[in-house]
Design a protein around this ligand. Structure first.
Ligand code: ADP
Length: 406
């Protein structure tokens, strides 16, 4: 029996998301989520996507990642798709930080695990959870290849002048301070999918990708190669996000420390959890913000305007970085669903060849689509992201060795 299935695991600090895919036709066989690991209220939601299977929920204490993965494996086994199935080719893990070393998906062995561990100081929230997921899956079936797919990998092509902060080089280098970028799997997938939408190969087009989820980032992709991205050493830099400030004068931190007496941890929490849309208006869900704007809410209006202003500045900057732009692609929760954000971002950029057709922009759908008027100099597109499929493809192409790619 050929092993053609890949289990994709995304292990967060208190959650594990998973999908089982069959790479013969990219179909999903099961999907699920374990939430609130380590809390009394933890639960697992499992949805088999073959046959008549309906969603199943388990409400039980799940103390740690090992218990979470055991519960996931047992649900998959119930559907005849357990971790010992001969049809399972590998497990693909989303790993947030791969530093400079991991430029490609990598089959995990002890030295690889040690390097992911060594990167914990630059990704204290994410890499430990990712590591726990890998080690647990390894322990459950030591013969099964585990592949790490890094969120930073697509950005390792950033030229040095884009990756460097203009600070003392020795200090930066001894503490690995540079711009790494994140959401790389999504930027890679969406930039390639956008090329296909235009009927071109990735190496023929220059694309600006706007990944607007709760976290948000932009990237400039020249001929399939990422040359600039908005996130930096951490996912805090760049666009205004759901709860993160994005770009800010670093002196704000010294000011808050000296004048407001805030500690480094308090400022960290302020900028990561109490800023962005939530900081500006108390809500981070764009649907709710739009609803409040309709009712004349001034704080929601300001939050929307600050969000769009920052996005517009990045689009302009990336047009300058790329010189020639073939497409701007909107993706992730806000990018795929919020017509007002897309319209406002492109508004007034006709001089750069950018425009959005209101009727096309209003159409909802799951498929990649153009929303710019026919004949526009720059195509504007909505391209739903699919990080799980991209992780599964990269994982499978590595273990099956057949060079499958998007
Ligand atoms: P993440 O993966 O970063 O958690 P997502 O890509 O799922 O985030 O995006 C989540 C965000 O997408 C929500 O916070 C909300 O602002 C936005 N969103 C989701 N659905 C819609 C919608 N129908 N209209 C506008 N915004 C939406």
């Amino acid at each position: 029996m050929t092993a053609t299935r890949v289990l994709v695991l995304n292990s967060g600090s208190s959650s594990v998301k998973y999908q089982l895919l069959d790479m013969t036709d990219d179909s999903r066989l099961a999907t699920g989520l374990v939430e609130r690991i380590g809390e009394g209220t933890s639960r697992l939601l499992h949805t088999p996507l073959t046959g008549e299977g309906a969603e199943r929920a388990r409400h039980e204490p799940i103390p740690d990642h090992a218990a979470a993965l055991k519960a996931v494996a047992s649900e998959l086994a119930t559907d005849g798709m357990g971790l010992d199935s001969p049809r399972l080719a590998a497990v693909g893990h989303r790993v947030v930080h791969g530093g400079r070393r991991f430029t490609e998906p990598t089959v995990v062995d002890e030295p690889v695990l040690r390097e992911i561990e060594r990167l914990i100081p630059v990704a204290p929230l994410h890499n430990p959870a990712n590591l726990r997921g890998i080690r647990t899956a390894q322990a459950m079936n030591p013969r099964l290849p585990q592949v790490a797919v890094f969120d930073t990998a697509f950005h390792t092509t950033l030229p040095e002048h884009a990756a460097r902060y203009a600070i003392d080089v020795a200090t930066a280098d001894s503490h690995r301070v540079r711009r790494y970028g994140f959401h790389g799997t999504s930027h890679a997938y969406v930039s390639r999918r956008t090329a296909r939408l235009l009927g071109k190969r990735p190496d023929e087009v220059n694309v600006i990708v706007l990944h607007l989820g709760n976290g948000a980032s932009a990237s400039a992709v020249r001929g399939g190669v990422c040359v600039e991205t908005s996130m930096g050493l951490t996912p805090l830099e760049g666009l205004v996000m759901g709860t993160r400030s994005g770009d800010i004068d670093p002196a704000v931190i010294f000011h808050l420390s000296r004048v407001a007496g805030m500690s480094v941890d308090e400022i960290d929490t302020l900028l990561n959890k109490r800023s962005g849309l939530v900081g500006l208006c108390g809500d981070n869900d764009m649907r709710e913000i739009r609803r409040r704007i309709e009712q004349g809410d001034g704080a929601a209006r300001l939050a929307f305007d600050v969000y769009v202003h920052r996005l517009k500045k990045y689009v302009g900057a990336y047009v300058a970085v790329l010189g020639r732009v073939d497409a701007v692609a909107f993706t992730a929760g806000v990018g795929e669903n919020s017509a007002p954000v897309r319209e406002a971002t492109a508004g007034g950029l006709e001089g750069l060849g950018l425009a959005v057709d209101p009727e096309l922009n209003a159409i909802r759908g799951e498929e990649p689509r153009l929303i710019s008027p026919a004949g526009s100099r720059v195509a504007v597109a909505v391209v739903p992201t699919d990080e799980e499929l991209e992780i599964a493809r990269q994982t499978y192409s590595l273990v099956a060795g057949d060079g499958t790619s998007t």
